[in-house]
Design a protein around this ligand. Structure first.
Ligand code: FAD
Length: 611
């Protein structure tokens, strides 16, 4: 241990995660803080990191205010409807009013945005989506961040946040390790912006066996965005609002361009439109929400699941008609080649030519994230000109821990921000963080050396555990002395799947299942003290598992607390099978106490600011 180098890095603003939100935060920090030291730390390489690594074919959040296409209020109404009434309208409005400017910057920086040849406007895929040639979306955005940062530290996984020596509820930086060299890093900072993406692989994925590792959300989205703030006591919101996606089967290929641009549609195995069939039963569960347009994403999933249960599967996307048009056929394939190449390969390997065969759809395992048709994440202070006083305790996008900000998947209550909205939220958080630092007037936080030393020991412990115990390995990888990260991950996925509403129970859970699930999560937590890592790569896996586990606990706690089925199609509380607006038209909040390991739950009001 003593041989491991410790590198100290001081900064004014530390951005954790260099994905869409992190790049936005880094870029904007420099704009407002010309003389500040701005550091971005990323566990991969920002050039191709995060959920946009492989590229995108559409920017899903663009108002088009320059052409009077939509106004921010329209977007708030849209997101509110999709999330069955529950969004932070102040935060959503704040993103929507700034997101167009972000997209214009992307174009200025070289991102090719398709234009409608007739109108000269951006080519719309849908009401909110514009089409891009986005294979290089991430490198373009990363370049802006690189030029803005004082320093970007790639290949460093952040494991813990640091708090002020004299004030526990104030952030002071973070620690992590370089996944290539094994050096330990202590980042001391006046303000920290967490932008570490969402969470895949907390529920057992549909892709197992030879497909293991394939998920819809990026497999490297390891819940750090939630675990890091949770560990230091930041309040979280809507963590029960996990998302399930209807996607092309086995490759999780996107359907947006197919539905919206190619105008394909779904039907059951017998060629019937099945959605209308389930309308009345859905109305009995959730009331009028099913009559809203567009029909909320979760309810469309629900109709899909009901149809499958009733024996109408497989559900297929009708592509045969659209693909007769060579232009649409090209778009259909390009859509995958620009963002989910794997789906094209799956189709090729399964003899599916969408011109002749209508491909199957399926519903994914659940994910936890804050930027899609879902809004899990940290509870954040809102914009001072728009947020109700109850949502304001200081600076925009600051969590309930002083100096700790967040953006993108990290921040809860704001669905439908997607790539452009996440970058925008990073910019918003950065501007507020600069203001926070300016107001500090030099009164920066103090880091405890003893805390850093303790964390260093803790972070590398799995390597020591492996070194000491590996001589006793019995069959293959099994040792009486440790569990490996893959063992822990599979146990976690199984618990979440079977007890907290994964695919094997048809996304269904109840109070007794959750109670048992939490007991089992507690046992896994105990075993995490004995996790072994063979090398630095496995050490990263070990810490990713720690983060996934803590976030999973939080999901289970929230799911238990909300005694209703708010989002059928995402998950079901079988013991409370209906939406209950009288009691649950509210946000759920949790706070973790790391000393006792206990969670405190509460409700927070939902304010409808937009008519
Ligand atoms: C399959 C798919 C399709 C999508 N399609 C679209 C689309 O068509 N249009 C659209 O606009 N949006 C789309 N999105 C959504 C968009 O990608 C996300 O909304 C956006 O990337 C979220 O930004 P973020 O910064 O919060 O997370 P990310 O962009 O994922 O960035 C998180 C970053 O944090 C890093 N990180 C994580 N943990 C740590 C740690 N412990 N230490 C250091 N670094 C860490 C990660 O490596 C990553 O770089 C899609 C997403 C997926 C997965």
């Amino acid at each position: 241990m003593a041989r491991r180098k410790t590198v100290f890095v001081d900064s004014d603003i530390l951005v954790i995660g260099g994905g869409m939100a992190g790049c936005g935060a880094t870029y904007e920090s420099r704009y407002w803080g010309r003389d500040l030291k701005i550091v971005c730390v990323e566990k991969a390489n920002i050039e191709r990191s995060g959920a946009v690594a492989q590229g995108l074919y559409a920017i899903n959040c663009y108002m088009g205010m320059q052409w009077d296409e939509n106004q921010p209020e329209d977007h708030v109404r849209y997101a509110r409807n999709d999330l069955m009434g529950l969004v932070r309208e102040d935060l959503g409005y704040d993103i929507a009013r700034h997101v167009d400017a972000t997209v214009h910057k992307f174009e200025e920086w070289g991102l090719p945005i398709m234009r409608d040849p007739k109108t000269g406007r951006y080519q719309r895929e849908g009401k909110w989506q514009i089409m891009i040639h986005g294979e290089s979306y991430k490198p373009i955005v990363a370049e802006a961040a690189r030029k803005a940062a004082t320093e970007v530290y790639n290949r460093i996984m952040v494991t813990h946040l640091l708090t002020d020596k004299t004030k526990a509820n104030r952030v002071a930086g973070a620690v992590g390790f370089n996944v290539r060299t094994g050096d330990f890093y202590v980042f001391r900072a006046k303000a920290v912006i967490v932008a570490a993406g969402g969470a895949s692989h907390i529920f057992k994925p549909r892709s197992v066996g030879e497909g293991m590792g394939r998920t819809w959300y990026a497999p490297w989205s390891s819940a750090s965005a939630y675990a890091l703030p949770i560990q230091v006591g930041a309040k979280m919101t809507q963590m029960e609002n996990r998302i399930v996606l209807t996607r092309f089967k086995d490759g999780y290929g996107p359907v947006g361009a197919y539905f919206l641009h190619l105008k394909t549609y779904t039907q059951n195995a017998y060629g019937e439109d099945y959605e209308a069939k389930w309308r009345d039963s859905i109305e009995a569960m959730v009331g009028d929400y099913v009559n809203h347009q567009p029909v909320p994403t979760c309810l469309r999933n629900h109709a899909f699941l009901e149809e499958m249960k009733a024996g109408g599967g497989p559900i297929r996307m009708v592509t045969k008609e659209a693909f007769q048009d060579p232009h649409k056929e090209t778009i259909g394939w390009e859509n995958f080649l620009g963002m989910t190449i794997g789906q094209a390969i799956v189709w090729a390997s399964q003899n599916i030519d969408p011109k002749h065969i209508n491909p199957e759809l399926t519903t994914s395992e659940p994910y936890v994230m804050g930027s899609h048709a879902t809004c899990s994440g940290a509870w954040a202070s809102g914009p001072e000109d728009y947020a109700p006083s109850e949502y304001q305790w200081g600076y925009n996008r600051m969590m309930t821990v002083e100096g700790l900000f967040g953006a993108g998947d990290t921040i809860g209550g704001t669905a439908h921000k997607f790539s452009s909205g996440s970058f925008t939220e990073g910019r918003i958080a950065a501007k507020a963080a600069v203001n926070y630092i300016n107001d500090l007037k030099g009164d920066g936080p103090q880091v405890s050396e003893a805390e850093c030393e303790d964390l260093k020991k803790l972070v590398f412990q799995p390597l020591d555990t492996y070194t000491v115990g590996h001589a006793e390995i019995v069959a293959g990888t099994v040792s009486p002395n440790f569990i490996l990260p893959i063992h822990g991950l599979q146990r976690l996925e199984k618990i979440m799947d079977e007890y907290v509403g994964g695919i094997s129970t048809g996304y269904t859970t109840n109070e007794p299942l959750l109670t048992r699930g939490m007991e089992l999560l507690g046992m896994l937590k105990e075993d995490m003290a004995h996790i072994g890592a063979e090398d630095l790569h496995q050490l990263q896996r070990a810490w990713e598992l720690h983060h996934r586990l803590l976030a999973s606990e939080c999901v289970a706690q929230h799911t238990m607390f909300r005694e209703e089925t708010r989002w059928p199609g995402y998950y079901y509380r079988a013991d409370h099978p209906k939406l209950d607006d009288d009691n649950w038209h509210c946000f759920t909040l949790s706070q973790y106490d790391r000393e006792s390991g206990k969670w405190a739950m509460e409700k927070a009001p939902v304010y409808h600011i937009v008519d």
